[in-house]
Design a protein around this ligand. Structure first.
Ligand code: NOJ
Length: 590
């Protein structure tokens, strides 16, 4: 497809790069921009349409880079703007688009705006760029109200002169006041800056939190910690109606470019509100996290798909499908643990992580089997699919990272309160090279030492100045990574990596190429099974190239499923004539 095709993002496969853990070109143990450039051939062969780069901006890493010090620069540890330009050029030369992460709800406390706010003092215009308030109590020693930050603890932090500022995330991430014209201007400049450098789109962090109203009632009457989710106009923090005016103004900027840019909103709101963010006069697309939240139950996935498709239709956009990202435990692990219905999504796996993965045995063979089946269920759906780095290698969550090596503030702030181990287990640097290493005899949870040479994560890229000595990767890699390294999987025809390559190639050739986004559910009649058995099956048909029909079938149930007449294109497991439990197949009919 030509690089300037309009609305390419509506049916794209986007690969999320967490830059500090993708590939390290200069040997300092931290992934970098040149490492991503060095991986472009690999990504092109994988068959993706775009990469989304999680933040690579200067940051003190109080929240994995989501505490941005300068929105229009590259963290010197990760490279330079010239490196970024080279990455864009290399990606575009391979018809891969580039999406960057914009973090508009909060800055780093080291951002020049916040430093100016501290220096200027109470009552200043500089302070109004953030949300400062006096404290309660005789000497203002109590926070303005009892709101909790998403990472635990109070959402208010006191500064030296006694005022308090709001931070919905870490204390190093003060929330911006979007009613201040400087804030709007800062982000408009930032959007234009990256568009002018050739980026093709944006991922908008916490998109549903920008508009806040702390004036409707006295702050201490708003003492109930407001929950994320779809607000009504009464919710002072989340999903307020005024947020959409901001995105309409961004749309005007996106439309100044040819082709118009787009953005995908990270908005943890109910599906009926998602469509607003995704509408063509706002960002264009929104993440549908219902898919990533679903446990391994057919009914949960069916509902997630139905809601995603309905939201897409309402918004005039297309849906997005996500199995994993840098915020949730890897899905090969989630599907390999006991499936337990809980009020809060991922509760079981989060509890298991809290105990370093020691409470239940993770059934890795089952997790892998289901992850393979999930890929076929996901990739024939209309809309865009977002892959998280390493899922194509079948990586599991690294559950037993020593607590003193954790980087995620979720762990530091809540380990004695709400208790989460945090998100580092899915952010461990990727394994690239291991073909010359023996597989460990048994899984003992050990971590690689100097001998594993970081599984090729710190690999020299041509022309890059190397650190004197290659440092250890910033998060420890377990020895079992040996079996997931790119070079090993590349050589195994049936590996997860080769399954991803085959599926993405077929998706392009047979589905995306038609431009037809319709989907027809297949139920008991089409499959020739009982209504009861059909509850355990997800099957749908899509129009395919050459006037044919592609049918994707996933069997969650224990009963084998006879295949319809047609050509088997690919299956997640070797077929023995019928489709067994936790397996999927793509068939071509007509
Ligand atoms: C959502 C990001 O995905 C997450 O990693 C981050 O911690 C929060 N937003 C705060 O920026």
């Amino acid at each position: 497809m030509a690089i300037n095709a309009i609305e390419w993002w509506k049916q794209a496969v986007v690969y999320q790069v967490y830059p500090r853990s993708f590939r390290d070109a200069d040997g300092d143990g931290l992934g970098d921009i040149r490492g991503v450039t060095a991986g472009i051939d690999y990504l092109a062969e994988l068959g993706i349409d775009a990469i989304w780069l999680s933040p690579f901006y200067p940051s003190e890493l109080a929240d994995g880079g989501y505490d941005v010090i300068d929105y229009r620069a590259v963290d010197p540890r990760l490279g330079t703007l010239d490196d970024f330009d080279e990455l864009i050029a290399a990606a575009h030369a391979h018809y891969i688009r580039v999406i960057v992460d914009i973090v508009p709800n909060h800055t780093s406390n080291k951002h020049r705006f916040f430093q100016a706010a501290l220096a200027a003092g109470p009552g200043s215009s500089e302070r109004e760029r953030y949300i400062f308030r006096p404290g309660r109590g005789e000497h203002g020693e109590l926070p303005p109200n009892g709101w909790m930050s998403c990472f635990g603890g109070s959402a208010w932090e006191r500064v030296e002169d006694g005022e308090w500022y709001l931070h919905l995330f870490a204390a190093e991430q003060p929330d911006l006041n979007w009613q201040h014209p400087d804030v709007r201007e800062e982000f408009e400049r930032t959007l234009r800056f990256w568009c002018d450098r050739g980026v093709d789109g944006f991922r908008v962090d916490v998109a549903h939190a920008l508009a806040k109203d702390l004036t409707s009632r006295p702050l201490d009457e708003l003492d109930q910690a407001p929950k994320q989710g779809s607000g009504n106009a009464d919710n002072p923090l989340w999903d307020r109606p005024e947020v959409h005016e901001i995105y309409r103004s961004w749309r005007r900027i996106f439309n100044e470019y040819e082709p118009p840019r787009f953005a995908v909103a990270e908005a943890w709101v109910t599906p009926d509100h998602q469509r607003l963010y995704a509408s063509p006069d706002e960002l264009g697309q929104v993440f549908n996290f219902e898919f990533a939240k679903a446990d391994w139950y057919a009914a949960d996935f069916r509902r997630a798909i139905e809601e995603g498709l309905a939201c897409a239709e309402d918004s005039g956009s297309t849906s997005t499908w996500v199995l994993s990202n840098h915020d949730v435990p890897r899905h090969a692990t989630r599907y390999g643990l006991p499936q337990v219905k809980a009020k809060v999504h991922h509760q079981f796996v989060n509890d298991w992580l809290l105990r370093d993965g020691a409470t239940y045995t993770e059934d890795r063979a089952l997790g892998t089997k289901r992850a393979r089946a999930a890929l076929l269920m996901e990739m024939a759906l209309p809309g865009s699919a977002y892959i998280y780095q390493g899922e194509e290698l079948g990586l599991f969550e690294v559950a037993n990272i020593p607590w003193d090596r954790l980087e995620d503030p979720q762990a530091r702030r809540t380990c004695h309160g709400d208790a989460l181990k945090g998100r580092d287990g899915c952010r461990v640097p990727l394994p690239w090279v291991a073909s010359d290493m023996p597989a460990p005899a048994a899984w003992d949870g050990s971590f690689g030492d100097g001998d594993t040479a970081s599984f090729g994560f710190s690999a020299p890229a041509t022309g890059v100045a190397r650190a004197d000595k290659t440092a250890a990767p910033h998060l420890p890699q377990p020895l079992w990574f040996v079996e997931h390294a790119v070079d090993r999987l590349d050589a195994e025809p049936g590996s997860m990596l080769n399954l991803y390559r085959r599926i993405l190639a077929l998706r392009h050739e047979l589905l995306t190429s038609t431009g037809d986004t319709s989907l027809t559910w297949w139920g008991a009649d089409e499959l020739g099974i009982s209504a009861e058995q059909a509850l355990e099956v997800i099957a749908y048909a899509r129009p395919a190239a050459g006037g044919k029909t592609l049918v994707s079938i996933t069997n969650f149930g224990a009963h084998e499923l006879a295949l319809p007449d047609g050509e088997v294109l690919v299956s997640s497991e070797p077929l023995t004539g019928a489709l067994g439990q936790d397996a999927s197949v793509w068939m071509l009919l007509g």
